[in-house]
Design a protein around this ligand. Structure first.
Ligand code: HPA
Ligand SMILES: [Zn+2]
Length: 339
């Protein structure tokens, strides 16, 4: 399969942290413009810091770089750059995460983040040919009380949000602690997703489903360790948004060849492929698809199912989903990759 064919597969991206799309050179351009001192000498030194041992070692760099984001335009600009790159790799719909606490904790108002991102989201269809929406994530290591405060501060912007999520350092911060916050989010009409089973145990996936009412699990790769959980995820067709490059870079798996994505597909799980933090983990969603094809040997049939799953896992309405699924079918059939 050639790269152009892979990039042209219509895809939805459902696990993408917008703060994880700031490329090193862009970070330094914004830092210079805003008079922010980054703790690296330049873009090359920053890129060299992208050798991670685990989730926490990545998060330390990721939060440090968010300091460059100061104005509405900065937020608009990073979302614009992401949409431009994503569109070139076949993304037709993106449900993007943002971490407001990483901004409010530095004195940047939540309105700056949401309004800045919204300017790009609301224009993404016209400018980049892809639809998009915003999912507000709570930083689980900052606790439930702060999550409640941030959720209430987002209420004036409810129309600009599609859902809430849960991210940041997983181990030691079980989903059940956020039961009340997620219940309130549901009451506000927001969709619910949660990171679970990345570094944390299968028990956290159970909690995300049962205590939080999560409609999608972000990562969830450790679910394979629990046969009862696996059976439930298959039976209920709970979407798992898997991020292969991220899993390799954060040492959740040793390399792409060892990645369990094919096992997950064969088990009947509703898995999709996503880039997580593409500026940090070696590539965007098309790069993840291409990596799996080249290194892990995934064939056209597998890539097709993964692309279809991305739309099945999205919060798009039925008609829109059906339109995207027809585009996936046309892509494979008109290019001679019949199953
Ligand atoms: O992969 C992730 N896991 C948890 N928190 C995150 N914040 C950005 N990326 C991640
Ligand atoms: Zn993530």
């Amino acid at each position: 399969m050639d790269r152009a064919f892979i990039d042209a597969i219509p895809k939805a991206e459902l696990h993408l942290h917008i703060e994880g799309t700031i490329e090193p050179d862009h970070a330094f351009r914004m830092a210079d413009r805003n008079g922010v001192e980054l703790p690296w000498a330049g873009a090359r030194e920053l890129a060299e810091a992208y050798a991670f041992d685990d989730l926490q070692s990545f998060l330390d760099v990721y939060y440090a770089v968010t300091a460059v984001l100061q104005t509405r335009d900065d937020f608009t600009e990073i979302a614009e750059s992401y949409f431009a790159r994503a569109a070139r790799q076949g993304v037709r719909h993106a449900e993007i995460f943002f971490d407001p606490q990483s901004h409010t904790s530095r004195g940047v108002d939540i309105a700056v983040a949401i309004e800045g991102l919204w300017a790009a989201v609301s224009a993404s269809s016209e400018r980049h040919g892809l639809t998009s929406s915003l999912i507000l994530c709570f930083l689980r290591d900052r606790g439930a009380a702060e999550a409640s405060t941030i959720l209430e501060s987002a209420v004036p912007f409810l129309d600009l949000l599609s859902g809430v999520g849960l991210d940041s350092a997983e181990v030691g911060h079980p989903p059940a602690e956020f039961e009340g916050v997620f219940a309130r989010a549901a009451e506000l009409g927001l969709r619910r997703v949660a990171h679970a089973g990345e570094e944390g145990p299968p028990e956290y996936v159970w909690q995300a489903l049962d205590a939080l009412g999560a409609e999608r699990i972000d990562h969830g790769v450790r679910s394979l360790e629990d046969p009862r959980l696996l059976e439930r995820l298959v039976r209920e067709q709970v979407p798992l948004t898997v991020c292969p490059f991220s899993n390799v870079r954060l040492k959740v798996v040793s390399d792409l060849v060892e990645h369990p994505i094919e096992r997950m597909l064969h088990a009947g799980l509703l898995v999709s492929i996503n880039s997580d933090d593409p500026a940090y983990f070696g590539g965007y969603v098309g790069d993840n698809f291409a990596g799996l094809a080249q290194e892990a040997g995934l064939d056209a049939g597998a890539l097709r199912v993964l692309a279809e799953n991305s739309f099945h896992s999205s919060f798009l309405d039925e008609d829109t989903r059906a339109r995207h699924l027809a585009a996936v079918r046309d892509h494979f059939e008109s290019n001679g990759h019949h199953e």
